[in-house]
Design a protein around this ligand. Structure first.
Ligand code: PLP
Length: 454
């Protein structure tokens, strides 16, 4: 039990304040030091340095799918580190964990997405997928196919490349020079993607952008199967199929970002299975190791791999990270997938979807500031609006979502506020091991916290 003395906690905070620069953070808070220091986790619970226990309602960063404290995962890491701590898979070298993981993933991923390129996380996976798409068309004699279309409000990571694909202005504003050739379509314009040019939004649809830019200049469409950070947006029935058809028609690669959706989150192993669509590439990270160690991957079609090999001749493939296919990360991923399968966590997620939807509906019907709840599997979201009849957002000074989330934390449930573009959204994404009663507790606390804000 790691309960620290107050004096030690103050000292840790002081060192943190002095020497640690926090990723994705409100900068003025760097002057105050951290509000919470996590010390341990078990199941769906995490503890802070004072020994206070919280339910983790968002799996930290939507990634701790199997929950905390899994000794099997620590054991898998230990065994691999002791046996072969690190081994490169550059050139024609390989090692057992990367081979076994690739075989396992191929047995799980839909269609012929049977080839894997590894990274250390989701940004690197998306960056690699985009590079791979451009490289592929260059090899095919179409070097002008470079443009990438993604969603307004989509999130694909924070490398310079993926900041291009990310459609959230706040992230783009971090750099004064964003990469060219990225375009953002309004998400989920089903009618437009099916060809309805009378729709006033047509020019902002993927289809409209392809027509305007010319299909022979577009390499890829990249979209989150269910938009996460941008506000938990579930695609309407038929949408992903329409995008698939559009990409097929124009010889454009369809990349689905499954960094959040992959490994059970939506009640199927991969999000696209809900809509029976097979993309050309799929990016994976987060749930692949449940956050126990860094790993990401790009899954792509065997046919693409075969073409790349045929067309490369004697050329080298100049793209690979020191930690591509890290043996320890692959060993942990394999064990993590074994847990997901043995404990039927995908089935548990599917079963609990109705509890999630009921809880969201309850919030919407019992509070005057709640609206537009949505979800799938164990991924949900609710918006806070100043006037829901008029669809009026809160002023940023109201700090709506942040206040609600702070109230939840006071009541021992950790949630997160999504406040991009003036919106106030509270997402829910608990570990997939959660049970019905624990999920209901999250909703009770969220409801009390919204009341406290109201
Ligand atoms: N894609 C999606 C959908 C994400 O949610 C994230 C992270 O939140 C990323 C990509 C980036 O992954 P990472 O933070 O591992 O680089």
């Amino acid at each position: 039990n790691t309960v620290l003395e107050s004096v030690d906690i103050e000292r840790l905070k002081e060192i943190d304040r002095k020497h640690f620069f926090h990723p994705t953070s409100l900068v003025k808070q760097h002057k105050e030091g951290p509000s919470m220091i996590f010390t341990e986790g078990n199941g769906i619970y995490v503890k802070d340095a004072y020994g206070k226990e919280y339910i983790d309602g968002v799996s930290t960063l939507w990634n701790v799918n199997v929950g905390y404290g899994r000794e099997e995962l620590a054991e898998a890491a230990k065994q691999q580190m002791t046996k072969l701590a690190y081994g490169s898979s550059f050139y024609n070298f390989s090692h057992e964990p990367v081979i076994h993981l690739s075989e396992k993933l191929a047995s799980l991923t839909p269609g012929d997405l049977n080839v894997f390129f590894y990274t250390s996380g989701g940004s690197e996976a998306n960056d690699s997928a985009i590079k791979l798409a451009r490289h592929y068309y260059k090899l095919k004699g179409k070097p002008e196919k470079t443009k990438v279309i993604s969603f307004q409000g989509g999130y694909h990571g924070i490398t310079i490349g993926t900041t291009g694909a990310t459609g959230i202005q706040e992230y783009k504003d971090m750099t004064t020079s964003n990469p060219p050739n990225f375009f953002h379509a309004k998400p989920h314009l089903l009618n437009c993607e099916k060809g309805d040019k009378t729709d006033p939004d047509y020019s902002e649809s993927i289809r409209g952008i392809i027509e305007r830019e010319g299909a022979d200049t577009v390499a890829a469409v990249i979209l989150e199967t269910v938009v996460g950070v941008g506000g938990v947006l579930v695609p309407p029935e038929g949408y992903l199929k329409a995008v698939r058809e559009l990409c097929d028609k124009h010889d454009i690669l369809m990349i689905t970002d499954e960094v959040i959706c992959g490994f059970g989150r939506t009640g199927t192993m991969f999000g696209v299975e809900n809509w029976d669509v097979v993309p050309d590439m799929m990016s994976l990270a987060k749930g692949i190791t449940s956050g126990y160690i860094q790993l990401g991957a790009v899954a792509f079609k065997e046919s693409i791999r075969d073409e790349i090999i045929d067309l490369s001749g004697d050329n080298f493939f100049f793209h690979g990270f020191t930690y591509s296919g890290h043996p320890t990360a692959c060993a942990v991923a394999l064990k993590n997938i074994e847990i997901i399968e043995n404990e039927e966590l995908v089935g548990n997620t599917k079963r609990l979807e109705s509890v999630m939807m009921k809880g969201l509906k309850y919030l919407e019907e019992n509070h005057k500031v709640t609206a537009r709840s949505r979800g799938i599997g164990l991924m949900g979201g609710i918006e806070l609006l100043a006037d829901r009849d008029l669809g009026k957002e809160f002023d940023s000074s109201a700090n709506a979502a942040v206040t609600v989330v702070d109230e939840c934390i006071k009541r021992n449930v950790i949630l997160r506020a999504l406040t991009f573009g003036g919106k106030n959204i509270v997402p829910l994404a608990p570990p997939l091991i959660i049970n019905e009663q624990q999920l209901e507790t999250i909703f009770e606390v969220l409801s009390e916290s919204i009341t406290a804000f109201e």
